[in-house]
Design a protein around this ligand. Structure first.
Ligand code: F0G
Length: 401
């Protein structure tokens, strides 16, 4: 069953619907499982991929479209953690098949598309969604249409969308305008929309929450920190963790902590006013192009997740993002794209200003791989030194002798 998060109106699972027909708000798929039906050790002997938790995935198992997404690294980061005085883990979503967490959502969303029998799927994207959708639609054998904000998509993501064979459109406008355009096409039923307004996308992404809890021995960390753009992922992770909590698998919950870029921060702005009303940011801007979004569609779900979990939201500057990106790469060996580093930058800020307590156990979600945005990485690095293929030249360059 699909339910409106605002007025609780209910809709059939197989209705192609993106917003509530009653009130226009966003929808969620209802999943209600108890440990007496599915004991938690059910998952222990299965392969470490998203579909390990298939009982919680409300789609028909016979149609699964998967590239073995999920089961991503969960790295304890002692160097940065000790400096901050916290117990820090990083969930490395760049290790998914196309290099971002979107693959989890796409696997379940594409499985639903197959169940519905559609022939064309589409999305607007700041890059990663399009890369993922292009790959999963290739795997499923469906036509794929993607709309990208012109000049604002990192190179690796663009290469992926093009190479997997999507019909790629470069839109004269930002992400929010591209999303409005492709949504209009979806409402005329020319394609099945796989942006995160589609509630099945979030069903896949909630598995990040499942994996964290499972890895920590059926306990929640004190806090989960992640970048927020269109606000789907924070909503999905909270949904997953509350489903495990309601099933009786665990007895604590994390403080959901959403970090936005200073120039694109409608969710943080609402949080600062303790409000549920998100006021769109007209011309969002940040170097972290993945989260360059002014009107997040899942704002209600995200703000609820933050308030209900006693969580927090704050902004970071582009400089703080780039410095955290470099620090994670140099101190922990984890290469992420700029948007992902907003979680680390945000954590540092919140430790500094006392919102995060010393000794907390914190999981930062790093959402996309370093190679998604090679230009930013190269610009922040020292050029290779040219030398002759000669040991003396190498010694001179290395040791200056
Ligand atoms: N991090 C990365 C690397 C992303 O690509 C995105 C969103 C986010 C964080 C934010 O997640 O939207 O669920 O709050 N990228 C989308 C895209 C919008 O089109 O690829 P969110």
């Amino acid at each position: 069953m699909i339910k409106c998060v605002n007025c609780n109106a209910k809709f059939d699972d197989n209705e192609v619907i993106y917003t509530c027909k009653n009130c226009g708000s966003v929808l969620e798929v209802v999943v209600d499982i108890d440990k007496s039906d599915v004991p938690r050790d059910t998952f222990d002997c299965r392969r470490d991929v998203l579909w390990k938790y298939k009982e919680f995935m409300p789609v028909d198992e016979t149609n699964i479209v998967s590239i073995d997404e999920g089961g991503t690294p969960f790295c304890k980061c002692n160097k940065i953690g000790e400096e901050l005085g916290i117990d820090l883990y990083v969930k490395v979503e760049g290790s998914n098949p196309t290099g971002s967490f979107k693959d989890r959502g796409m696997s379940v969303g594409m499985t639903k598309a197959m169940e519905l029998g559609v022939d064309t799927v589409g999305c607007a994207s700041t890059g990663n969604t399009s890369a993922s959708l292009a790959a999963y639609s290739a795997r499923a054998g469906l036509r794929c249409v993607v709309l990208l904000p012109s000049g604002k998509v990192a190179l690796g993501k663009l290469a992926q969308a093009m190479f997997h064979g999507a019909d790629v459109f470069s839109v004269n406008g930002n992400f929010d305008e591209a999303l409005e355009t492709v949504t209009a096409l979806a409402l005329e039923k020319h394609l099945y929309l796989l942006n995160s307004i589609n509630p099945y996308r979030l069903e896949g992404q909630k598995s990040i929450g499942f994996e964290i809890v499972h890895e920590l021995g059926w306990k929640s960390p004190d806090r989960i920190v992640l970048p927020v753009g269109n606000a789907g992922n924070i909503s999905a992770i909270w949904k997953g963790i509350t489903e495990f909590y309601n099933a009786g698998y665990m007895d604590n919950l994390p403080m959901m902590t959403g970090i936005q870029a200073e120039g694109s921060s409608p969710i943080t702005n609402a949080f600062r006013k303790k409000s549920m009303d998100m006021v769109p940011v007209e011309n969002p801007e940040t170097i972290a192009t993945a989260i360059r979004i002014g009107a997040p569609v899942s704002s209600i779900k995200a703000l609820r997740a933050i308030y209900d979990s006693d969580g927090y939201s704050d902004t970071v500057t582009d400089e703080e993002i780039l410095s955290a990106q470099l620090e994670l790469a140099r101190k922990e060996g984890i290469g992420v794209e700029p948007a992902s580093a907003a979680s680390i930058a945000g954590l540092k800020k919140l430790v500094d200003n006392g919102v995060v307590d010393k000794g907390e156990q914190v999981v930062c979600i790093v959402t996309g791989h370093l190679l998604k945005d090679p230009n930013t990485a190269i610009n922040a690095s020292i050029e290779p030194t040219e030398i002759d293929a000669d040991i003396d030249a190498l010694k001179k360059a290395l040791f200056n002798k």
